[in-house]
Design a protein around this ligand. Sequence first.
Ligand code: AMP
Length: 278
Amino acid sequence: MAAVARLFRSSSSAVSFIRRSLSTEAAAELRSQSYSPRVDPKARNVQWVFLGCPGVGKGTYASRLSALLGVPHIATGDLVREELSSSGPLSKQLTEIVNQGKLVSDEIIINLLSKRLEMGEAKAESGFILDGFPRTVRQAEILDEVTDIDLVVNLKLPENVLLEKCLGRRICSQCGKNFNVASINVRGENGNPDISMAPLLPPSDCVPKLITRSDDTEPIVKERLRIYNEKSQPVEEYYRRHGKLLEFDLPGGIPESWPKLLEALNLDENEDKQCAAA
Ligand code: AMP
């Protein structure tokens, strides 16, 4: 822990740590010189960020796009859950923070992300779709100091739908897949369309192994939504100002939303191999 603390004493050391971890050409360029635009942005894979409230479906759509584009889907929430289920030194502290619906410190999260990127570098991964990071403006600034983000997709759903989705979420403890037992039918307010989402039920093999996330209870979800509005909504504004934000109102469940998202991203699922260049 002392080494991590030293690393984060100044943000510049955090920046250099992430910079060392990135495998992209942009990062290589940053390593050798001060910040400047890449010579050829088409020479590397996409570097996208997925923003959105808890339960909106960032993980679902980011993982589908990651399979389509051949880039890793990196969810900082997953990194936190891996760490808290280990018997590592951070485990107890993280469990408390997550179960209060609070955010983990920038220092801890950047350390977990840096380790994940280093692991990816060893496997020659290129590009990424980040899910759940950045969650504060400071995290967004640090990310911008180390690499270029091409696009930020902001997924949106009304708050009452988010709560129902979080309460209906189930995870198979064996295969790790996400399901949802909620059947959602919400009337649109203020001129917004109605939203219906059919449950996403697990196959019979997964049924006896389903678990609920410990932070998917009503009071904790409400606190996570409050924290999102306070700490993460300014991140949307940050990327809006930088001209990188693509707003996407989910029209319903996966069958309605996925084709529309592909259309918004100018992607075609039926092409043999998508060009994953930025
Ligand atoms: P998620 O699965 O994205 O909802 O994340 C689960 C929990 O992990 C959050 O409620 C936070 O406590 C923590 N977490 C995940 N990503 C971050 C982040 N970028 N910054 C701070 N805390 C995070």
